[in-house]
Design a protein around this ligand. Structure first.
Ligand code: FES
Length: 179
């Protein structure tokens, strides 16, 4: 697989402790699976923003991008993942938020629940969670055992809050700008 393709399950999962200078060294060492050619990443990185073409991410795939030194997950969720995220009761959440509240409307003004965009950093001590894993089949952080659901909300373990949603907006129907 080249670095400019979305990841599939076999290469998606890795753990990385994102702390300071060690993080930068680690990125270089493990060959962070950036997708540099999907959009205008290279020339917009300098301005602190990246554009991502959602149409290149197949259903069930997750793209990882680096934005301002942090991994950003862009997941094209399956219907099952969306249904699970929407079925959760707010009362069951440590950091209550509906699935819709974690999404940004497209150019039509409607929210498309297929695409979930998050800062891919565990809110406990900053590891990068593994996708399609954990008790809620969303993300799992093996550093200390935090389980996130298919909306990236913390459900179990020491992480205090949901994975963050970065500032982003739709440039057109299939392109988002993060930052
Ligand atoms: S850093 Fe993720 S559980 Fe501690």
């Amino acid at each position: 697989m080249s670095d400019n393709q979305p990841e599939d399950g076999s290469k998606r999962d890795f753990i990385f402790l994102a702390t300071g200078a060690a993080a930068a060294a680690g990125v270089a060492a493990i060959g962070w699976p950036l997708v540099a050619q999907m959009g205008k990443a290279a020339d917009t990185l300098a301005a602190g923003s990246i554009e991502i073409d959602l149409s290149k991410i197949a259903e069930g795939q997750q793209l990882k991008m680096l934005w301002r030194g942090k991994p950003v997950f862009v997941r094209h969720r399956t219907a099952e993942e969306i249904a699970k995220a929407e079925a959760v009761e707010l009362a069951d959440l440590k950091d209550p938020a509906t699935d819709a509240e974690r999404l940004v409307p497209g150019t039509s003004g409607e929210v498309d629940p297929k695409y979930l965009v998050m800062v891919g950093v565990c809110t406990h001590f900053g590891c990068v969670p593994v996708g399609e894993a954990g008790d809620y089949e969303g993300w799992y952080c093996p550093c200390h055992g935090s389980h996130y659901d298919t909306s990236g909300r913390i459900r179990k373990g020491p992480a205090p809050t949901n994975m963050a949603i970065p500032p982003y907006s739709f440039v057109n129907e299939t392109t988002i700008k993060v930052g």
